[in-house]
Design a protein around this ligand. Structure first.
Ligand SMILES: C[S@@+](CC[C@H](N)C(=O)[O-])C[C@H]1O[C@@H](n2cnc3c(N)ncnc32)[C@H](O)[C@@H]1O
Length: 206
């Protein structure tokens, strides 16, 4: 399990200096817009971004919601160095190096937790979901965006991703994710499909 985390650290340390100008970052832009629209509709005094990388979305949220406090957490120190440079001068944002499977926050700390395109890197996804549930305040919302093995194209694409492009990462169908979320106590779970095999899953803490 720790092996996959070391692999993530090495992968993202390598990518960090040119991540924002990469195709991958361009691909994420529509997700940022959709997540920001979702956050707009929610109570959002404190927002946590898990796997925030260089914090493009966290900075967008910081500017859109100046009365919210935004915290970005990532396993990669190099990604966070870029995030800190990009957000210099902004006062309602801060960053912390940490692991999604062991969040360094007291329970019920955030109204919104968002995690996009990072969940498939976690070897113990059950633990990560239970940590997300723990740090959400009552009636808080989790927004989780990732690749979904819901159709033929998605199953073929993530077969290649898991075996060739990012060996060891774990993608699921939205049904399987729904079950994992419900098992941690999250409820009112819904999926918005995006692009050919991706989606944003929204879930709530009672
Ligand atoms: C592809 S990038 C995520 C893209 C971006 N967060 C977004 O907003 O769509 C994946 C990020 O997850 C981070 N990551 C991987 N494993 C992690 C873990 N166990 N805990 C926290 N962050 C992790 C990586 O360091 C990387 O910055």
């Amino acid at each position: 399990m720790e092996e996959l985390k070391e692999q993530s650290k090495a992968e993202f340390a390598f990518l960090s200096s040119y991540y924002d100008s990469s195709l991958v970052s361009w691909f994420f832009k529509p997700f940022y817009k959709r997540i920001a629209e979702e956050v707009q509709r929610l109570p959002r005094r404190r927002i946590l971004g898990i796997g925030c990388d260089t914090a493009t979305l966290e900075i967008l949220l910081t500017r859109s919601f100046p009365d919210s406090m935004i915290i970005g957490l990532d396993l990669s120190r190099s990604m966070l160095e870029q995030a800190r440079k990009k957000s210099a001068g902004l006062t309602n944002i801060s960053f912390i190096e940490g692991d999604a499977e062991n969040l360094p926050f007291p329970s019920e700390s955030f109204e919104v937790v968002r995690c996009s395109h990072s969940f498939h890197h976690y070897p113990n996804q059950k633990k990560a979901l239970s940590e997300m549930h723990r740090v959400l305040a009552p009636k808080g919302t989790l927004l989780l965006a990732d690749g979904l093995k819901d159709n033929f194209l998605g199953r073929c694409w993530f077969f290649l991703v898991e075996r060739i492009f990012e060996p060891g990462v774990l993608h699921f169908s939205s049904r399987a994710l729904h079950e994992k979320m419900a098992a941690t106590g999250l409820s009112n779970i819904s999926v918005k499909k995006l692009m050919f095999a991706y989606g944003i899953i929204r879930a709530h803490k009672i």
